[in-house]
Design a protein around this ligand. Structure first.
Ligand SMILES: [Ca+2]
Ligand SMILES: [Ca+2]
Length: 228
């Protein structure tokens, strides 16, 4: 009866090990004559499953409050808590009405806008790594003062997760409507040097031009005329 000598060995699989089956092979040989070599090798197939947990965090990194008609920025951070690498990682960022996408991107991400959404993908995210994603946008000039706009992003992966409750996060910006209003007045040269106390402008039917210019956030009339 041959003497058995059990041995234990623990190995850690690499985080990027693809799901499937790996086979552990052990071989033994000795110096003494062995009449049967067929039993000197053992195979142990081990099924491998990938498991991960992505956590998405969204924050406002641009102007907040932001003036209507101006830009702001958001950052999305996707962290992989492991233990496995996450594959086919996709972030969908949805901008609220009144906000127009300017740009989106980050190292390792490929982004494509579609309407109020921008979809960013990457083939994998290593366990323990964090992948930032920057989104810049402009608030439309007609958004009313005091409006609170919410930007929401969600991450998905083809790798099974331990939790999907932390896959979505939102960030808000408060809108401040402001207008840089200026006005310039002028009169026709014929009414230069009008004597004090006269109403030359009014009795002659002349017109005074009043130009009002609204710079920036509000759309309005740029010129108005009124009789003296
Ligand atoms: Ca043998
Ligand atoms: Ca998750």
């Amino acid at each position: 009866m041959p003497k058995r000598c059990p041995q234990r060995q623990r190995d850690r699989l690499a985080a990027d090990t693809a799901p499937g089956v790996i086979t552990n092979v052990a071989y033994v040989h000795g110096t003494a004559p062995d009449p049967l070599h067929a039993n000197n090798t053992a195979f142990d197939p081990v099924p491998v499953d990938a498991l991960t947990n992505l956590v998405l965090t969204k924050s406002t990194t641009g102007a907040n409050p932001v003036q209507a008609g101006e830009g702001t920025a958001f950052t999305v951070a996707v962290a992989n808590e492991g233990p496995s690498d996450a594959r086919d990682v996709t972030v969908v960022d949805t901008l609220p009405a009144g906000v127009v996408l300017v740009s989106a991107g980050g190292p390792g991400w490929t982004c494509a806008p579609s309407g109020q959404q921008v979809t960013c993908v990457r083939p994998a995210l290593a366990a323990g790594a964090t992948a930032p994603l920057d989104v810049t946008a402009e608030v439309e000039s007609g958004v009313p003062d005091g409006a609170i706009l919410t930007n929401t992003a969600t991450v998905t992966t083809s790798t099974p997760q331990t939790s999907t409750l932390d896959d979505t996060d939102s960030a808000t910006v408060t809108v401040v409507a402001a207008a840089d209003v200026s006005i310039a007045k002028s009169h026709a040269p014929a009414y230069d040097d009008v004597p004090a106390g006269s109403q030359a402008g009014r009795t002659s039917g002349g017109w005074k031009s009043i130009r009002a210019r609204f710079c920036g956030r509000y759309r309005g009339s740029s010129m108005d005329q009124a009789p003296l």
